[in-house]
Design a protein around this ligand. Structure first.
Ligand code: M6R
Length: 364
């Protein structure tokens, strides 16, 4: 049932404040602002590496998780696309643990990666949305996302719930490894518990984003740029746009621009820059300047401070609420989902069932 919505994807985008909140409640103790007492199938203090493997959007969630685990818990993360991981004969240390991420819990390559790690004797954990799935059953412990059934082929609410679990796990790891103080824990948990409220605020920007999407629906190619956790988000934005609107899109680390993709920039090329005013903002602005100097049409997604400081002529600026840096990927996922959604609607594609795609990829 789509309720008042035109598509399941739109409904699922709008469910995010609620499902993020449900998911976080499973891992955080809101009353004390502390990490919850949930069980893990391995001790974060006793491992020296975490191997993450997943496909598509779930892989991009894992990539954001890598930044968090490394930054907050000082835990090195190896992350792979499952179809590569399963065949690349990676040496795994006995002090490693494995984490798989899958909405459906049935993705063939992710399952094969899990079985490889099992044969190597690693403890196995999985972030899954379907608790009865094969990946869930074959794991030593699962971290469920409480997103509810996701019908749209384009993953939206599962992604932000995966991010919510990863953020909570990074804090759990940081605590176990003695990398955050009591005060820092309380502060970060408080920040994270605000994610649903920020998500609701962003949903109010839907009409504004729709007007940007009208422009996008006339182009053939789009480039997405971002740094740090906004780099995986740039790739997620590109993935979302290409799968439902069939517009060719690429996501790049902004710093890679001059190593190739800058050759694509001309007066026709829209460049979507995801740049909240964070520790790396100035660096992204200088990449934007390079785009502007070549006539590229910049669509900037930032906050008020970022909009004030980036004195570059943009085609459009989407002004987001001021979000603490830790949880910004969860909140900034929404405008890129809405942008892809509205663009696809303008183009008249089959948003929930895009051509050539299956919701669950059970063959390799
Ligand atoms: O069920 P899974 O999370 O394992 O699925 C992984 C990918 O197939 C999935 O995220 C795919 O990339 C989506 N269509 C992206 O929107």
């Amino acid at each position: 049932d789509k309720g008042n919505h035109r598509h399941f994807m739109e409904k699922e985008i709008h469910e995010q404040p609620e499902v993020i909140s449900h998911t976080l409640a499973n891992y955080l103790d809101f009353s004390t602002s502390r990490v919850g007492a949930f069980e893990t199938p391995f001790d974060f203090a006793k491992i020296d590496r975490l191997a993450i493997s997943a496909c598509g959007t779930a892989y991009l969630a894992g990539l954001i998780g890598k930044y968090w685990f490394e930054r907050y818990a000082r835990l090195p993360v190896d992350i792979d696309i499952a179809s590569e991981f399963r065949y690349r004969e990676m040496p795994l240390s006995k002090e490693s643990a494995a984490l798989f991420i899958s909405q459906s819990g049935e993705t063939a390559d992710t399952l094969a990666s899990l079985r490889y790690c099992r044969s190597e004797g690693l403890p196995i954990s999985a972030i899954v949305n379907v608790r009865e799935s094969t990946i869930a059953r074959e794991s030593d412990g699962i971290f469920p996302t409480l997103a509810g059934p996701e019908i749209g082929v384009a993953s939206t609410k599962a992604f932000t719930c995966q991010l919510s679990v990863l953020a909570a796990l990074a804090l759990k790891a940081a605590k176990a490894r003695g990398r955050i103080t009591f005060e820092e824990e309380v502060d970060l948990v408080r920040q994270l518990s605000e994610a649903p409220r920020y998500a609701s605020q962003v949903l109010k920007l839907s009409e504004r984003i729709e007007s940007v999407a009208r422009e996008l629906s006339h182009v053939r190619h789009v480039l997405y740029l971002g740094r740090d956790t906004n780099y995986p988000l740039a790739m997620e934005g590109a993935l979302k746009l290409k799968e439902i609107s069939y517009i060719h899109a690429e996501g790049y680390a902004a710093g890679e621009l001059k190593h190739g993709p800058i050759a694509l920039i001309d007066e026709q090329m829209p460049v979507i820059v995801i740049a909240p005013h964070d520790h790396i903002f100035e660096k992204t602005v200088s990449n934007m300047q390079e785009v502007a100097a070549r006539g590229g049409r910049i669509i900037l997604i930032t906050d008020e401070k970022g909009a004030r400081k980036a004195t570059i002529k943009t085609l459009d600026t989407i002004v987001m609420p001021d979000v603490p840096e830790f949880l910004s990927p969860i909140v900034y996922a929404l405008p890129i989902q809405l942008l892809a959604y509205h663009t696809a609607v303008f183009m008249g594609t089959d948003v929930d069932q895009p051509r050539n795609l299956a919701k669950s990829v059970t063959v390799e």
